[in-house]
Design a protein around this ligand. Structure first.
Ligand SMILES: *[C@@H]1O[C@H](CO)[C@@H](O)[C@H](O)[C@H]1NC(C)=O
Ligand SMILES: *[C@@H]1O[C@H](CO)[C@@H](O)[C@H](O)[C@H]1NC(C)=O
Ligand SMILES: *[C@@H]1O[C@H](CO)[C@@H](O)[C@H](O)[C@H]1NC(C)=O
Ligand SMILES: *[C@@H]1O[C@H](CO)[C@@H](O)[C@H](O)[C@H]1NC(C)=O
Length: 485
């Protein structure tokens, strides 16, 4: 009898351990969760998915109460963000900063509330492409928000920082020891670094080996990953076998040169996209993440900063409304598809196993309907105007050469664009007109790796619903206009 009980107990314990081991995540690994999508998944479903996968740290880009509310009562550590367009206001006026903290931070800091640990004041505010717009406001805004947080009695719990792109330091020399903060922002970077040092806040930097490869076809591909050393750089007695380490240590050198060598560094964003460019695919993404997570699990750190690291993967789900100015890959950074289905095996425990993440549960799809080019259309040039319209307003970032839908023939191409537009407009009948060249079908037109998606129901706050209605109305007008010309 006792033996059976013992056996039962052992089985229960074993089952328990098995459950835990499939959700193991390397310590220090979190994810970025962005919501620039036509139909974002309901936040409660997303937070459950985050929990199911054992992820304990999340970075978001604003303080949307709809999103933050979903974290209430969990012990997930949250980093919130303040968008760049708020910096001016917060930099000028202490009252604004106090108001912000009161309504968007303190409100959530109670038993059963949200475990907010960091506030990123601005997001990549010093990007060269912003032409210096936020150079004057970012640091004063950081100071004011920190003061307001201290005043609210939260200074010990919540740290203020600012997420910066790795372009704040010069990486052109290849050698980390050549690193230095960019000349046009060197004064403000010195102030920020000193501030971070004094407040024991981390320097938050986004590092993208994918972009090294994207920006330069001659870049040695293996150097973007962690599993090969076809290229090695020796610098100051250190060996570099991957561009991530070299980039990271360029920052370490830059900090040293401004007299603050001990500021901690956190990676705000790191990841690999899966579509929108011939180097952006699930195989490369898997290779990148497996190598990176293994390195994290081994606490390798970088040559100058060995040890554990804190990082946020970018990102959780695809976002079909992101600007494609940086490139078509921008909408494909998710480790999950837009609907919360995992894209490729990724082992968050860093053991390099062929493991799949746990997908979102309870996502509801719109009807099984697609919009395609009507077979009655024989003269395709009649559809070209509609194609470019659909691509401009919709999302054609999977149609490029080497991308998931790059193999489609011309009618397939047009159908893909039509369907994207149709789905992004909640399958409204008017969104499949295209001057009479579109038709709604119920047979899945997907072709191999090229998936014609079906949109999902969103969580739908009032605001988001409103945006959709306005969008659909606009589309209606444009379509009427097109039929008249
Ligand atoms: C802070 O919260 C208030 C009230 O909920 C809201 O109106 C405001 O837009 C929020 N500010 C930011 C920067 O999210
Ligand atoms: C196809 O349509 C275009 C204009 O839409 C027209 O100029 C062209 O002549 C047509 N081609 C044929 C073969 O009918
Ligand atoms: C489907 O894919 C195959 C193989 O890539 C391609 O030859 C074919 O043209 C595609 N079909 C359509 C409708 O685009
Ligand atoms: C399909 O559309 C994309 C984007 O508009 C374009 O780059 C590509 O050349 C097209 N392919 C074909 C076969 O028409």
């Amino acid at each position: 009898m006792a033996r059976i009980e013992f056996l039962m107990c052992a089985i229960i314990i074993l089952a328990h351990f098995q459950q835990c081991s499939c959700q193991e995540v390397v310590q220090g690994v979190g994810v970025n969760w962005g919501l620039l999508a036509t139909n974002p998944i309901d936040p409660h479903i997303v937070v459950n998915m985050i929990k199911d996968n054992g992820i304990k740290r999340v970075k978001i880009f604003d303080t949307d109460p709809w999103i933050l509310g979903a974290f209430a009562g969990t012990d997930i550590e949250v980093m919130v963000g303040i968008p760049n367009d708020q910096l001016k206001k917060l930099s000028k006026d202490m009252d604004e900063a106090e108001d912000f903290v009161k309504h968007n931070v303190s409100k959530h800091m109670h038993d059963g509330g949200v475990n907010i640990r960091y506030v990123s004041v601005g997001n990549e505010a010093f990007l060269k492409s912003y032409g210096g717009s936020y150079i004057g406001t970012t640091f004063p805004a950081m100071q004011n928000v920190q003061k307001a947080i201290n005043k609210a009695g939260l200074g010990d719990k919540i740290k203020v920082t600012t997420a910066l792109n790795a372009d704040v330091y010069d990486t052109s020399s290849d050698k980390p020891s050549g690193g230095n903060f960019r000349a046009d922002i060197s004064d403000v970077m010195k102030q920020i670094v000193q501030f971070l040092d004094e407040n024991k806040s981390p320097f938050l930097v986004n590092i993208y080996p994918f972009l090294s490869l994207y920006q330069n076809e001659a870049f040695p591909k293996d150097y973007a990953f962690f599993d090969s050393s076809s290229r090695t750089i020796t610098d100051d007695n250190q060996q570099y076998t991957n561009v991530f380490d070299a980039n990271f240590d360029t920052l370490v050198w830059s900090l040293k040169k401004v007299g603050h060598p001990d500021v901690s560094i956190m990676i705000g964003e790191i990841g690999w996209p899966t579509d929108g460019h011939h180097h952006a695919n699930p195989d490369n993404a898997k290779r990148f993440y497996q190598g990176f997570l293994k390195k994290m699990a081994n606490k390798e750190g970088s040559p100058l900063r060995p040890g554990p690291m804190n990082v946020y993967l970018f990102g959780l789900v695809d976002e079909n409304l992101k600007s494609v100015a940086p490139g078509d890959f921008e909408r494909h950074w998710g480790i999950f598809h837009f609907d919360g289905k995992p894209k490729f095996p990724i082992d968050l425990s860093g053991k390099g196993q062929d493991k799949w993440l746990i997908g979102a549960k309870g996502v509801r799809y719109l009807d099984r309907k697609w919009c395609v080019l009507s077979q009655d259309v024989k003269n395709l040039s009649a559809a070209y105007g509609s194609l470019s319209f659909a691509c401009e307003a919709g999302d054609c970032t999977s149609l490029c050469y080497g991308c998931s839908c790059g193999n489609l023939d011309v009618p397939g191409n047009i159908s893909y664009a039509y369907n994207q537009f149709f789905q992004m407009n909640q399958q409204s009948v008017e969104a499949c007109n295209f001057e009479g060249t579109g038709t709604i079908v119920t047979k899945d037109p997907s072709n191999g790796s090229c998936v014609f998606p079906i949109e999902i129901y969103s969580g739908g706050s009032m605001l988001r619903g409103g945006i959709h209605i306005v969008r659909s109305m606009l589309i209606g007008f444009v379509l009427i206009f097109l039929t008249f010309i």
